[in-house]
Structure formats: structure tokens, C-alpha cells
Design a protein around this ligand. Sequence first.
Ligand SMILES: [Zn+2]
Length: 269
Amino acid sequence: MFAVWRHRPIIMSSIIVLSLVSPDTRYAAWSRGSVRAAPKTASSKCDRSKFKLILDVGHTAEAPGARSARNIPEFDFNLRLAKRIEDKLKLEGFAQTRLLMTEGPKRPSLFKRAAAINNSGADLALSIHHDSVPDSFLEEWEFEGTKSHFSDRFSGYSLFVSHDNPKFWTSLRFARLLGNRMKAQGLQYARQYAQAVMGRYRRKLLDKKVGVYRYDQLIVLARTRVPAVLFEAGSIINRDEELAMQTPERQDMIVTSVVGAVEEFCASR
Ligand SMILES: [Zn+2]
């Protein structure tokens, strides 16, 4: 949520949108993949081979988002986790899962990704991020001889949906499914977004059981016309959680949660 040290909320402004939509956004066109479709189970109405999911990799190589407590760019975390989710979904028969990677500076890239999602005809867009904190919460420490920043005050995943997305209720439904799965894995959501201490970053908590917040202005949610959810998978500015997020065990818990939620969402449409 906090893109850089000098973070600003990723919100819409009066920027002209169309001029920023350029063809260098890299996303694969839907195609018949070589991955076999898993057979439908008796209890599922989901046709996995037809479900179109876009996994949006948050930020870009050039504007990599937050910096972890150990100085790893958020983009690296986002890309690794998104790839793991993509691999598992394809293995499970969701052959039309696509990674969306965008290039360039932050603000134009946000409009590019929204345009790419809209052009894709996707059934669902899930934007993958890792969380940090506002600058005022940062504390200093030294990691491997480098002055670094951390905050161990908050941890957890969180989910965001925008009321400006025309598929708000469907987006909320998927966010809840994913939050339920995360909770079932024993993972806690980040409570601070509902607290006054967050100031202008405070959000309305829509589901207090599983951690879904309303964040209307996020471009990747507000400018998309398909159901869209932004997922902060965990905090990388929290020193313990950063280490946890790098373990295959934690990544598997998250991947399992996403795959389960996608299956449930697909079956319930
Ligand atoms: Zn981010």
C-alpha cells in the first residue's frame, strides 16, 4: 500500500487516462493453453479451463513499490508470489490464468494495467502486493551494514475493493472468499487500516471477520470494469513477517488460499 519511502496513496487524479495507455503493457492474450483441464468434481460447477483470471503483479521493475526491512523491493515479492499462484492454478486446470506485468513509472503503469485488464475480458483480476507502513511509523536499524528501516508494529494480510468498480459486489464476494481461506490457514489480517492512527490511510472495514477494506480510489480497482481485488499478502516492513513471507511454507498457505477462493468463486458464478 505504501509504494516508496515517500509513499503516496495510489489514487486517481485529473491525469488524462487515454494518452497513458500504451501497447507496451505485457500481458499474454488468452489462448488455449497446453495445460490439461482438471475434471470437474461432482460438487463443483466451475469449468476451470474457461475461467479467465488475471494476476496483476503490483508495481514495476522501474518503480518497485515498498522496500522491505531488509531492502528487498516489493516488486520482487509480488512477482515471485504471483508466479507461484499462476503455476498452481494452471496445475489445477485453470489454464487461462495470466500474469500481468507492467513496465515504467508508477502512475502511468497503473492506468496501463487497468486498460490491459479491461481489454482482456477477464472474469476476475487479482492484484498482488506486499504491505508496508506510512513513513511516520518507520524505525531505523542496520541490516548487513546498511542503514535500513522497519516497523514491527503491524503485520498481516489485507484485501481491498473499490465501490467505484462497477462489479463492486462481485469483487467483495471474491475478497471475502479469499479472506476466509486465509483465516482458515490461521493467518491474521492487518487491523491497522481501520484505526484512527492511520490518518489519511484509514479505510472502512467491510468485513471484520476476514479483513476486507473499502478503498475506492485505487486505480487498478476503480478503473477496471471486471471484478477486481487488491491483495496485500503480508507485511515486508515487519522484520519477522518479511522472513515468513520468504518461506515456501507461508507462500504455500497463500497459494492454497487463492486457489481455493478462485475455485469457489468460479463455481458460484
Ligand atoms: Zn504495493
